[in-house]
Design a protein around this ligand. Structure first.
Ligand SMILES: Cc1cc2nc3c(=O)[nH]c(=O)nc-3n(C[C@H](O)[C@H](O)[C@H](O)COP(=O)(O)OP(=O)(O)OC[C@H]3O[C@@H](n4cnc5c(N)ncnc54)[C@H](O)[C@@H]3O)c2cc1C
Length: 390
């Protein structure tokens, strides 16, 4: 049984079949849709393209329980309980329930014109609101979603103010150099940046009209999009006995700790990463969900004795105002940052992130080949100096 029918769940189910599981296979998914691709939701979907297809749903030989939510797990009885009380027995369980966006407080969320962005429905609601011609949109949060939405809105000619608690967008995960460059990049493309300040509340009478900041300023906006990060969907596992701490804690081979017939993968899984000294990481990116779903399923079939640790070094990319920004590994854990090649002015550069002299993260802008090279160097545990010299 696979609980969570999205990217990681689909990849797990496909792999179970590909690797020889001929018995029953059930996917439970809370959304009313078969698995689809989320990355377009902040990009092409908002400009009118409906294609979010994730190939493989139709060919899968499985029972789909779509629009059904798991509410409980009985580990000793080997059964999942659904929201209508149905108990579904399993022999092996794959947990791929992903993550959901952090919300603003209830008062703010109750105003019209306030949006989150995670699901196809969210994107459709936002697209509809954008067609009504907002005068000024406030995007709260300068992370991937905030940055992508801001650039999509600018491409539609919409006035955008990007409000971010950090001193510069992405400065937390990617460091101040990249953050500073991103701030200028946004400004060059007409995004008004308000950095280093928190949102205190939203104002409006029924419909949002302004964002009140913690320093007392008020930012006028008739549409607000909150991109405040995500929380793993683990509440349905409370009391099950699984170890939960910012996700489902697993061993290095993605087995829920202490359980030989339960694995977890994707945005919900937190595992000790062998390349990073067994630091527990939870990765909220497409390629990780894609690869981890398959790896978790393979290990479930093999069993803990023959399972392989998941040591893939993740990488991801985003486009901000047409510029390709990619990164790999764990830049946020670095104690040393070096410019490797290229230049900020030319908008083509790479930066290496080291910890204890070893390369642990990399950023490459408009330079996919360089990112591939640096990702390999991270996986090979190269010294920062060697990766920079090469
Ligand atoms: C707008 C947007 C843009 C993105 N862009 C990029 C990008 O450019 N690059 C990149 O690398 N990543 C991007 N991502 C992130 C990427 O989409 C995610 O990392 C990926 O979707 C994670 O897949 P998953 O299967 O682990 O979890 P999810 O996609 O979150 O799926 C989990 C599924 O489980 C369901 N579920 C939850 N709880 C239950 C329950 N109790 N019972 C049953 N079902 C349940 C949920 O409804 C959901 O359908 C983006 C995400 C968003 C929202």
């Amino acid at each position: 049984m696979v609980v969570g029918a999205s990217l990681a769940g689909l990849r797990a189910a496909q792999t179970l079949r590909d690797e020889g599981h001929t018995g029953e296979l059930t996917l439970v998914g809370a959304e009313p849709l078969l698995p689809y691709n989320r990355p377009p939701l902040s990009k092409s979907t908002l400009t009118g393209d409906d294609d979010v297809a994730l190939p493989g749903n139709d060919e899968l030989d499985a029972r789909w329980l779509i629009g059904r939510t798991a509410v409980g797990l009985d580990v000793s009885g080997r059964a999942v309980t659904l929201d209508d009380g149905t108990r579904l027995p399993y022999d092996g369980l794959v947990i791929t329930t992903g993550a959901r966006p952090r919300r603003l407080d209830d008062d703010a969320m109750s105003l019209d014109g306030v949006h989150l962005l995670r699901t196809f429905d969210d994107a459709m609601n936002l697209r509809k609101a954008l067609r009504d011609g907002p005068r000024r949109v406030a995007v709260i949060g300068g992370g991937i979603i905030g940055g992508e939405v801001s650039s999509t809105l600018r491409s539609l000619g919409i006035e955008v103010v990007l409000i971010d608690a950090a001193q510069a967008p992405m400065a937390g995960p990617l460091g101040e150099t990249v953050g500073g460059w991103l701030a200028e990049h946004h400004a060059r493309h007409g995004v008004e940046l308000v950095s280093g300040v928190r949102v205190a509340s939203l104002e409006g009478d029924g419909h949002v009209s302004a964002v009140r900041l913690s320093d007392g300023r008020s930012i006028l906006a008739d549409l607000v999009i909150a991109g405040l990060g995500v929380l793993p969907n683990t509440e349905w596992l409370d009391g099950s006995g699984l170890q939960l701490d910012d996700g489902v804690l697993t061993d290095s081979a993605l087995f829920a700790r202490g359980h030989a017939n339960i694995v977890a993968a994707g945005d919900v899984a937190r595992w000790p990463h062998g390349v990073f000294d067994d630091e527990y990481v939870r990765i909220e990116h497409w390629a990780n969900a894609n690869e981890q779903g398959a790896a978790a399923a393979r290990n479930l079939l093999r069993g803990p004795q023959d399972a392989e640790p998941f040591t893939e070094v993740h990488s991801l990319g985003t486009r901000v105002h047409g510029t390709r920004v990619q990164w790999a590994g764990l830049p946020r854990t670095a104690d040393e940052i070096v410019a490797i090649s290229g230049s900020l002015e030319e908008e083509k550069f790479s930066i290496g992130f080291g910890r204890g002299g070893r390369l642990v993260g990399a950023v490459a802008v408009n330079w996919p080949k360089e990112l591939i090279r640096l990702r390999r160097a991270i996986a090979a545990r190269q010294p920062l100096s060697a990766a920079a010299a090469a």
